[in-house]
Design a protein around this ligand. Structure first.
Ligand SMILES: [Zn+2]
Length: 548
């Protein structure tokens, strides 16, 4: 009994020490924000020192951490630290990473998420998602990746990482879209909001308002976040800086956001909104109905693809838009090109990441070249060495002549699409639960076969990304509302998260038509925007839901 009490006291003391450490660090970062000039210098220096930064990263997080899954793969490939160093110096970073990939030193997206074992050259590793967490992360803010692909992954994004890696990239991004001085408004899912709220505060540009896109996840997480943000607000107030309250509006209506944008523009001659493309398009519709314009409002958009249609909606309402490529595991990976060749043309942040591709099979589609990332940052939330993310797209080296080009960032990414998830309303949804419901539950209860049901993601006429539950006419007469209710009820039972986002946004509708086949003629349980062929067919009027 006494031992238990002592253990409890020790645990409380260790929590207190960790909290005090967080406060000290936060206070330092708030007192001395990263400036745009420093950011430019940092990015340039880091681009020049990529090889060294990679080697330092490998020495610390891979060779210096006995439990690293990458270390076991490197050993199996017979690559000691000295070999790696020699290879990088002789052949350069990307060539080395490609060699490592060919030797089996990589993790697929499914492995990175801990869903399948890593099997290479006779070695089988059982991995969990947390095995790829940064083992040395200091003070941080809890984050969870979007998605319904499992019990939800929790990881701490270190405050240092936010200030040292995220912030310089965001300064550069804002400069590239001509938004170096405008006040910033956030309208994002709660966890993304909180992360950006900290990053912007560490840049000396705290957001004027934070709007949430969906209700917060759970009360305990909200309490923990609130403790951190309240601390930050008190620390800032000491210096006479007022930080907005990121939890004040957890689920804002578009009208509320638009009012704020227009009022901010009136007062300050312009403003920036960080949000997801679908949300931005909703604002354009509202703006038009009210006879207003989005002139002098810059949209910085991430979390789902900024398609040509969405970009045009924003432009025709008078606004300007740029894409960022961002994911929780790595941070801000791509920043918007100032002279984009496509709406979602981003510069890969080669100052902090390396990217190679891996050709992988995708059932029903054929093969595609998935992006694989390696972190070069000092304190990344996740350790990534040839880690495949859920994305693929174009990669090009181009001299565009924008401010980012000038900083030495010459790799462009565009047409980025997720290969396993649907991206409606910024919520990520992986197929596993969906597949079971579409292929087993619905046919069993309503008739038809597995191929008679499909979840289809596409833009409607207003360029808002919507989800359609496609039911083949072959299934016969049924009550559509009933099927939809069953589908939603099943999804809610699944141990996944995020789906509430689109139900709140009321994006799911039933469409009676034959499911859309892939270019190779197969019918998959879901069909996403990844298929340009499908989109073209819709535009040409040869395919598509009957007047969605
Ligand atoms: Zn550019």
């Amino acid at each position: 009994m006494r031992a238990t009490a002592l253990a409890m006291i020790l645990m409380q003391l260790s929590r207190l020490a960790s909290y005090l450490g967080t406060v000290r660090r936060m206070s330092r970062l708030l007192d001395r924000p990263v400036t745009p000039e420093e950011s430019r210098t940092l990015i340039r220096q880091r681009v020049d020192a990529r090889d060294e930064r990679f080697l330092a990263f490998a020495a610390r997080y891979v060779y210096g951490y006995a439990a690293s899954p990458y270390l076991l793969l490197l050993r199996r490939a017979g690559c000691a630290y000295g070999d790696l160093e020699a290879e990088v110096r002789q052949r350069g970073l990307e060539r080395t990473l490609e060699t490592l990939r060919d030797e089996g030193v990589y993790v697929s997206f499914e492995e990175f998420k801990g869903r399948v074992d890593v099997v290479r050259n006779g070695l089988t590793l059982r991995v969990a998602e947390r095995d790829f967490d940064n083992p040395f992360t200091g003070a941080g803010v809890e984050a969870r990746t979007g998605g319904t692909r499992g019990p939800g992954s929790s990881l701490a994004v270190g405050l240092n990482f936010m200030a040292e890696t995220y912030a310089p990239g965001l300064h550069a991004a804002l400069e590239a879209v001509g938004a170096s001085w405008q006040p910033i408004v956030l309208w994002l899912p709660a966890l993304t909001n909180i992360r950006l709220w900290f990053v912007l505060s560490f840049m000396g540009r705290p957001p004027v308002r934070c709007f949430g896109i969906a209700p917060p996840d759970n009360a305990a997480a909200v309490r923990r976040r609130r403790a951190l943000t309240t601390t930050a607000r008190l620390l800032a107030r000491r210096r006479g800086v007022r930080l907005s309250n990121p939890e004040e509006s957890v689920h804002a209506r578009p009208e509320e956001v638009l009012e704020t944008l227009l009022a901010t523009r009136r007062e300050r001659k312009g403003c920036v909104l960080l949000t997801i493309p679908s949300a931005a398009v909703r604002l354009t519709g509202l703006t038009r109905r009210r006879g207003e314009s989005l002139a002098d409002i810059v949209f910085v958009l991430g979390g789902e693809p900024l398609t040509a249609g969405k970009a045009e909606e924003i432009r025709s309402a008078g606004g300007r838009a740029g894409s960022i490529y961002v994911f929780t595991e790595a941070g801000l990976v791509g920043v918007p090109c100032g002279r984009p060749a496509a709406p979602d043309d981003v510069h890969l942040r080669t100052d902090a990441y390396a990217l190679i591709q891996r050709r992988r099979p995708m059932p029903g589609i054929g093969e595609l070249d998935a992006y694989m990332f390696t972190t070069l940052a000092d304190s990344p939330p996740k350790i990534m060495l040839n880690a495949e993310m859920d994305d693929f797209g174009e990669v090009a080296t181009r001299r565009c002549g924008c401010v980012l080009d000038d900083l030495g960032l010459h790799t462009h990414l565009s047409a980025i699409r997720s290969f396993t998830k649907l991206t409606g309303e910024g919520a990520a949804l992986l197929g596993t639960d969906i597949v079971r419901i579409l292929e087993e539950v619905l046919p069993r209860e309503f008739g038809g076969q597995s191929v008679d049901y499909q979840l289809l993601e596409m833009e409607d006429k207003q360029h808002i990304t919507r989800l359609y539950l496609v039911i083949s006419p072959e299934v016969g007469v049924l009550d559509e509302r009933w099927v939809l209710d069953r589908f939603i009820a099943e999804l809610r039972r699944s141990p996944s998260q995020g789906q509430h986002l689109w139900f709140q946004a009321d994006t799911l509708q039933v469409v009676r038509r034959r499911p859309v086949p892939t270019p190779m003629g197969k019918v998959l349980p879901f069909h996403t925007q990844a298929s340009a062929i499908w989109r073209d067919a819709v535009l040409a009027g040869t395919a598509g839901p009957a007047a969605p």
